[in-house]
Design a protein around this ligand. Structure first.
Ligand SMILES: NC(=O)c1ccc[n+]([C@@H]2O[C@H](COP(=O)([O-])OP(=O)(O)OC[C@H]3O[C@@H](n4cnc5c(N)ncnc54)[C@H](O)[C@@H]3O)[C@@H](O)[C@H]2O)c1
Length: 468
């Protein structure tokens, strides 16, 4: 990398982890943590770009949610978002540049939703928890090793929930895969494959798609898998990671970049806006990270945001008795006799393993983003808070899945050597209870409400889609 404008400084993560692990004591086990019931959940959202308004639009469809605060450093984003609240009773306090801490301090907010660029998630989440708020943060929850430890330590010290909004576990096939794993369809789960392989070249080089073109800067300033949680989330749920097993170590291998630097240099010749992106080295086009768990399971995780290959999450689970594979479509299931089952048997297995959360809410939520997963996830988050139940993903999940960002970079920059994944649960993984109550054994009575003016809602949906 020498000679480029953006040489990467790689801290010694083994040293950082050893130092945290030595001083870390689990103050309070946040696995299975129940906070006091909150009948009406009062919400503040920081970051009104693409994802903030998307959560706002799902949250206002849920009973007993009040939007009390909105913050974006760009006032135009707040104005756009307010359109979605027309004809509703929501009347949030508005905050602009430099004011996100004020939103976290607002007394009548219970839950802060953090939807800013990912390297801001941890500082914002940590501050919100110290102000007594529960936090739901977009993915990944943290971008550095220190931040992974600090979200854990703050959640334990303040006894506030931090849930990372990893939505892909709530997609229809993935929910069934998790149910199949829990009910023993796969036998012992041996291996999982996951990916976030989808071309973001147009988005990342778009001048207005992301605020300050922050994703392109991340692809220049980091190496490794910088977007691991969609790929690994559902696989970890199938393997009971942090509750019966845990991630042990990883190795990460990365291709060169054959696309981004060329695109940046070419654009810079025609348009001075891209001058700062010329002459940089970028993250390799394909990152492959291999992880092993302490109970001897393996995971292969990929991230490719650049090649023009079709969108592919993979999401394969392979066990001693059966297997399932989501992508490339169509999804497939095998029941242990060396072939994928036919359409009739597939439908029968799908029906048999449909969890209650999907039976009850699947139809009502399917119009929301990411295969209906966005509304299903937000609905269950609110329902759990209202009933004082453990949330579907805890701070240990957020830390261990997000830790792949810094750890995979370390491995890539160290000739793909292996590196340990810290135990953020301080040993509690051996006895932690299962999370993600997909059979709705508790709660589940919160209803989905429709907007007061469904036709206006449709117009706004179309406008939003056209703009993004
Ligand atoms: N779960 C999913 O399916 C999914 C999908 C897309 C994005 N994401 C995640 O959501 C997050 C947001 O992505 P996005 O596409 O909405 O990005 P974006 O750039 O569109 O939105 C970020 C917003 O944060 C605002 N912001 C930046 N700094 C701020 C500050 N200091 N104070 C207040 N506001 C500030 C920006 O002005 C912008 O409006 C990312 O971390 C991304 O990884 C998740």
């Amino acid at each position: 990398m020498t000679g480029t404008k953006n040489e990467i400084e790689q801290p010694d993560l083994n040293e950082i982890n050893a130092s945290y692990a030595q001083s870390h004591e689990q103050h309070h086990n946040m696995a299975g943590f129940r906070a006091p019931k909150i009948d009406t959940v009062r919400v503040g959202i920081i970051g009104m770009g693409n994802r903030g308004p998307s959560h706002l639009r799902t949250l206002i469809q849920i009973e007993n949610v009040e939007i009390r605060g909105l913050c974006d450093k760009n006032p135009a984003k707040i104005d756009e978002t307010l359109n979605y609240l027309e004809n509703t009773d929501h009347d949030p306090v508005l905050y602009s540049d430099g004011e996100w801490k004020k939103l976290c301090e607002q007394d009548d907010i219970d839950l802060v939703v953090v939807t800013t660029p990912f390297f801001m998630h941890a500082p914002m989440s940590i501050y919100a928890m110290t102000q007594g708020k529960h936090v739901a943060t977009e993915v990944p929850a943290a971008g550095t090793m220190e931040e992974c430890w600090e979200i854990v330590q703050t959640a334990e010290a303040t006894q506030r929930h931090l849930m990372m909004l990893e939505n892909y576990s709530y997609m229809p096939f993935q929910l069934r895969m998790i149910n199949m794993a829990r009910k023993g369809f796969f036998g012992e789960v041996v291996h999982g494959d996951g990916a976030y392989n989808t071309s973001k070249m147009k988005n990342n080089f778009g001048k207005t798609m992301y605020s300050d073109m922050w994703w392109l800067r991340q692809y220049a300033n980091r190496r490794g898998n910088i977007y691991p949680t969609h790929g690994i989330g559902p696989i970890c749920q199938c393997m009971d990671i942090n509750r019966g097993d845990r991630l042990d170590y990883l190795v990460s291998v990365e291709s060169n970049d054959f696309l981004m630097a060329k695109r940046a240099n070419g654009l810079a010749e025609q348009d001075s806006h891209f001058a700062e992106f010329a002459g940089l080295e970028y993250r390799g086009n394909m990152n492959t990270t291999v992880l092993r768990t302490v109970e001897g399971r393996t995971i292969v995780l990929q991230h490719d945001a650049t090649t023009p290959s079709p969108h592919n999450m993979i999401h394969g689970v392979y066990g001693t008795k059966g297997a399932a594979l989501y992508d490339p479509a169509p999804p497939r299931i095998a029941n242990g006799d060396h072939k994928w089952v036919d359409a009739d048997e597939f439908a029968e297995i799908e029906e048999r393993y449909t969890p209650e959360i999907f039976r009850k809410m699947g139809d009502l939520t399917k119009s929301s983003g990411h295969g209906g997963s966005d509304l299903l996830m937000d609905w269950h988050l609110i329902d759990c808070l209202r009933n004082g139940l453990p949330l579907d993903q805890d701070v240990y999940d957020a830390a261990s899945w997000s830790a792949i960002v810094p750890l995979s970079q370390w491995s890539v920059l160290n000739r793909s050597n292996s590196i340990d994944i810290p135990d953020f649960t301080a040993g509690a993984w051996e006895s932690n209870p299962k999370n993600m109550d997909i059979e709705l054994e508790n709660g589940g009575a919160t209803t989905r409400i429709t907007s007061k003016d469904e036709s206006a809602d449709d117009v706004l949906t179309k406008q939003w889609k056209a703009n993004h």
